[in-house]
Each structure stands twice: as structure tokens, then as C-alpha cells.
Ligand binder design. Structure first.
Ligand SMILES: NC(=O)c1ccc[n+]([C@@H]2O[C@H](COP(=O)([O-])OP(=O)(O)OC[C@H]3O[C@@H](n4cnc5c(N)ncnc54)[C@H](O)[C@@H]3O)[C@@H](O)[C@H]2O)c1
Length: 308
């Protein structure tokens, strides 16, 4: 099978590409414009193509020439903070690119298009645990453009009978996660703990988040090829308070680091809880609880200090 992964030099894209290329009969192509200048760890066997997903002609050429069967659309701009939002970039990287692909696969049928969205589409936390039927009310540009792209996926899928799925992923963590501003809190805490540096918490640390380990994410994304076209939440289903997370990381790393509290940030969304019931009915298996996932991440950085 021939796979195309956009944003394939990024955190999730690299894991996905490396896993798919393990199967001998697969050919894997990644597209990336290297806007996120992180150290990439994509296997040499993966074919890397430099380019921008907002360029229709470029994408159409790749999809047709490489005879792509499956597309995983992952490219995105992870904004460092609300104050550094690049709205136009979000529009091009999430919305225009998605419409590009939908127009292409309308013309040149492929087996499946999988759009990676985010739980950011739900907006501020409410009392309820968000499932796929919950009201979506994104707060910031990143979530707004993800939601708009999702709507186009749904629209095209129905109108032109395309095989597409939307995956709303929770906060992902694991070895190699790049630091983008304060995004990627688990990796930031672990790296600081292993260097005996301060662990910074914005607010009182009572806000909770759903964290899902990278291996669980990638395993489900691969299963997505053969499940019913739909919108799926991809979360662990178990939220944890940031203060509990910091304490757990302190315990696991046996660090000398202290925890210090700073002013709450504007982008805080409260006590976020979501469920993956639909994905669980469709082959999702959560193999890593938070403690197991953190231990695996810590062990990686202890053995590979150059990535600290
Ligand atoms: N990491 C998380 O916690 C998380 C949570 C929910 C959803 N997601 C989604 O998962 C996907 C992957 O996230 P990630 O953590 O791997 O991010 P990442 O920043 O590590 O990777 C994104 C990649 O997209 C590339 N890119 C950006 N704009 C591009 C463009 N116009 N053309 C081509 N390439 C472009 C970047 O260079 C980068 O390599 C994203 O869609 C993100 O929104 C991530």
C-alpha cells in the first residue's frame, strides 16, 4: 500500500511513518515544509518530500504520481500561545490544505482520507465528559480552523461519498515530543525534572487534562484505515490534574526539582474530560495508563540524554 503523511517530520507523523514502513509491502511518503524546525527522527526508508500542503498542484501531483492509497493529514501549526497565533497560517495549513485534498480525492479516488483534528474543537471544559456528539465551540484559532476543516471533510464525504475519518486527539505525549512554547507539558516537566530544574505550573495546578501516550495514538491511527468513516475522539478517557502530574513525575524521576506556581495563562480551558467510547467500539486499545507512559518516556530520556 502507498501512504502519504502530511506533517510527517513532526512528532506524531514521524512515529506513524516509522511504524507503517515496518511492513515490507508499504511505501510511505511524508510531506513537510519544515516550518517546525525540530530534530526529525523519520526512518531513512521513508520517502521525504519538501513542500507546502496549501499548494494544490503540488499535492495533486504527489497523490497521482505516487499512486497514494491512504492519506493521513497531520500537518498543523501548533501555536505557542494565544498571543502568538498565526491565524492565516492556521487557515492555510488546516483548512485550505484539507479542501485541497478533498478536491483531489473527489477526482482521483483513494482508499481513505484521515484528518487529524483535536479536542480543541470542544473549547472550554464543561461539567460533561465530551463525546463526539457534544457541542463544539472552539475558543482559539487552532481549534476554529480544525473545526472548519472537519466540517468540510463531513460535507465532501456525504456529498461525494468519499471514505474519510476525523480523529479528535487529546494531549499526546511520549519520547521525542518537541517543546513548542509551553505545549507538551509532560515532556517539559520530565526534561526539567531530569535536569533538576524548576517545574513551572501556570495557575494552581487544579486544571485537569486528558493525556494519551503516542504508541496508543499511532496504533489507533493505523486501525483507522479499516473502520467506519466517522468522527472519533482519541483520548485516554482519564484526566489528571496538572499538580498531580507534576508530583507523579517528581516521584518517578526522583528529582530534586521544586514545583513553582505562576500566573494562569489565558488559554486554560478548565477541567477537561473526554471519552473515546466510539473509538473503543472500533478497535481502540489504551495500553498505557499515565504512570506507564511517563515511565517509558523517562526511561527514554535517561538513556538518550542528547534529547533532553
Ligand atoms: N501533539 C499533540 O498533543 C496533539 C494533540 C491533538 C492533536 N494534534 C494534531 O496532531 C497532528 C500532529 O501534531 P504533532 O504534535 O506531530 O505536531 P508537530 O508540530 O510536531 O508536527 C506538525 C508538522 O507539520 C509541519 N507543517 C506545518 N505547516 C505545514 C505546511 N503548511 N505544509 C507542510 N507541512 C507543514 C511542521 O513542519 C511539522 O513538522 C496535528 O494535526 C495536531 O494538530 C496533536
Amino acid at each position: 500500500m502507498n501512504y502519504l503523511i502530511t506533517g510527517g517530520y513532526g512528532f506524531v507523523g514521524s512515529y506513524l511513518a516509522n511504524k507503517l514502513i515496518n511492513e515490507k509491502s508499504n511505501r510511505v511518503y511524508v510531506i513537510d515544509n519544515l516550518s517546525n524546525k525540530n530534530q526529525n527522527f523519520v526512518s531513512k526508508k521513508v520517502k521525504k518530500i519538501y513542500g507546502n500542503v496549501s499548494d494544490f498542484t503540488f499535492l495533486e501531483k504527489i497523490v497521482t504520481k505516487k499512486k497514494i492509497d491512504y492519506i493521513y493529514h497531520l500537518s498543523a501549526t501548533i501555536n505557542e500561545s494565544v498571543f502568538k497565533e498565526d491565524v492565516y497560517n492556521d487557515i492555510f495549513t488546516s483548512i485550505i490544505s484539507t479542501v485541497n485534498f478533498l478536491e483531489i480525492i473527489k477526482k482521483h479516488k483513494i482508499k481513505k482520507f484521515i484528518f487529524i483534528s483535536s479536542i480543541a474543537v470542544y473549547g472550554k471544559a464543561k461539567k460533561e465528559k465530551f463525546d463526539e456528539n457534544s457541542v463544539t465551540k472552539p475558543e482559539f484559532s487552532y481549534g476554529i480552523s480544525k473545526k472548519c476543516a472537519e466540517d468540510y471533510v463531513e460535507y465532501y464525504s456525504k456529498k461525494f461519498k468519499l471514505n474519510c475519518s476525523v480523529i479528535r486527539v487529546g494531549n499526546i505525549y511520549g519520547p521525542f515530543q518537541p517543546k513548542i512554547g509551553e505545549v507538551g507539558v509532560i515532556n517539559i516537566f520530565i526534561k526539567n525534572a531530569l535536569k533538576n530544574k524548576l517545574i513551572k505550573i501556570f495557575g494552581k495546578g487544579n486544571q485537569s487534562r486528558d493525556f494519551i501516550f503516542i504508541d496508543d495514538v499511532v496504533n489507533f491511527l493505523i486501525k483507522c484505515k479499516s473502520i467506519k468513516s466517522n468522527i472519533y475522539n482519541l483520548v485516554s478517557g482519564n484526566s489528571i490534574k496538572i499538580i498531580s502530574l507534576a508530583k507523579l513525575i517528581k516521584k518517578i524521576t526522583k528529582t530534586q526539582s521544586n514545583i513553582k506556581f505562576f500566573k494562569e495563562r489565558l488559554e486554560e480551558v478548565g477541567n477537561f474530560r473526554a471519552s473515546s467510547t466510539l473509538a473503543k467500539k472500533n478497535k481502540l486499545k489504551i495500553s498505557f495508563n499515565i504512570e506507564k507512559g511517563i515511565k517509558k518516556t523517562v526511561q527514554f530520556y535517561e538513556k538518550n540524554k542528547q534529547f533532553l
